[in-house]
Write a protein that binds this ligand. Structure first.
Ligand code: ADP
Ligand code: TRP
Length: 322
């Protein structure tokens, strides 16, 4: 059976971009692949520096995945910081990766553009930790959104360098990116991202969710005039959740005119509430059950450690530590 692995940072609440671009695939693919999925809290330390926030967001992400349908019997669901193997392999890979290779990473270049003095060593090293996360589990596929493509390509290069230096050790993984949802737009039209403050959060309370949807940036075409659905953020998000028929229906309303952006936003809000109705209910039900949620992660940690430990042993033998 082929294996998948992916991770999501607990750097904020799960949003529509995370769900459509990644989480949905993670849950669906677990039906036919052996699945490893983890909360990337070591990576989140590059941005989250408040312990309460780290704890809360980690728990929130775990509950979100379970509410969205992750089945712990079909997925090894674990927490990165509970397994020392990730940081250990990261150091080993640090010693085979050259500086200019890392300097090409988009995230590092963006950080540099914002001010070199603020960027941490952890942020620079971020792609190597991600390579370690992936290679420890020898997956065939890594399902992610488009923004992660470069990280997977870097992982492939790092694995190849290691294999060429010490002998074949790592499987070379492929990214798995769904084209239609590769980049979900946010409320301002840029890529939806926790770091841009333009998200629509799946488990926000009703009032917050409404505020986020009503805050989507639209053009100033008056209510009575025809509108272009293709250039409208509301429509672009709507079509990712709606059936082709419902999408066509909304498209016709845009083209006909007499249909305002406020109406379109109401239609989108209703669609979101309908689509996530069960998940939002499940979230409320699971949230107070801390022992159950942490229990699942404890179980996942144990299974993940078996696989990660096995790969790390092999790596240590290849290097000459054993
Ligand atoms: P964020 O950018 O909000 O911090 P993460 O980096 O935690 O999101 O991403 C978690 C997963 O969700 C990754 O696989 C990422 O590619 C995917 N993802 C995040 N935002 C989007 C988006 N707007 N469209 C598609 N996929 C996304
Ligand atoms: N960098 C990823 C993101 O921001 C999260 C991540 C960490 C990840 N390790 C990973 C994704 C390993 C896939 C595989 O979304």
């Amino acid at each position: 059976m082929k294996r998948i692995l992916s991770g999501v940072q607990p750097s904020g609440r799960a949003h529509l971009g995370n769900y459509l671009g990644a989480i949905r695939q993670h849950i669906e693919m677990a039906e036919k692949y052996e699945a490893y999925l983890f909360i990337a809290d070591l990576h989140a330390l590059t941005t989250v520096k408040d312990p309460e926030q780290m704890k809360k967001q980690t728990y929130d992400l775990a509950v979100s995945y379970l509410a969205l349908g992750l089945d712990p019997k079909k997925t090894v669901f674990f927490k990165q910081s509970d397994l020392s193997e990730h940081a250990e392999l990261c150091w080993i890979l640090d010693c085979i990766v050259k500086m200019p290779f890392l300097e090409r990473a988009h995230a590092w270049k963006d950080a540099q553009a914002k001010g070199k003095k603020e960027a941490t060593v952890g942020l620079f090293n971020y792609p190597i930790l991600q390579a370690a996360d992936i290679l420890l589990y020898q997956p065939d596929l890594v399902p992610v959104g488009q923004d992660q493509k470069q990280h997977i390509e870097m992982t492939r290069d790092i694995a190849t360098t290691f294999n060429n230096t010490f002998g074949k050790t790592f499987k070379i993984p492929e990214p798995s990116i769904k084209k239609e949802v590769a980049v979900v737009p946010g409320t301002d039209g840029q890529k939806m991202s926790k770091s841009y403050g333009n998200t629509i959060e799946i488990f926000a309370d009703d009032a917050t969710l409404k505020k986020q949807v009503m805050g989507i940036v639209t053009s100033s075409v008056p209510l009575e005039d025809p509108k272009d659905p293709k250039s409208c953020n509301v429509f672009q998000i709507y079509k990712l959740l709606a059936t082709p028929e419902a999408t066509k229906d909304l498209e016709n309303k845009y083209i006909k005119g007499g249909f305002g952006y406020g109406d379109a936003k109401k239609a989108l809000l209703a669609k979101i509430l309908d689509h996530f109705d069960k998940a939002r209910e499940k979230y409320q039900e699971l949230y107070p059950k801390q022992d159950y949620v942490y229990g699942i992660i404890e179980e996942g940690n144990k299974k993940a450690k078996e696989q990660a430990g096995k790969t790390l042993e092999e790596v240590k033998k290849k290097i000459g530590y054993k």
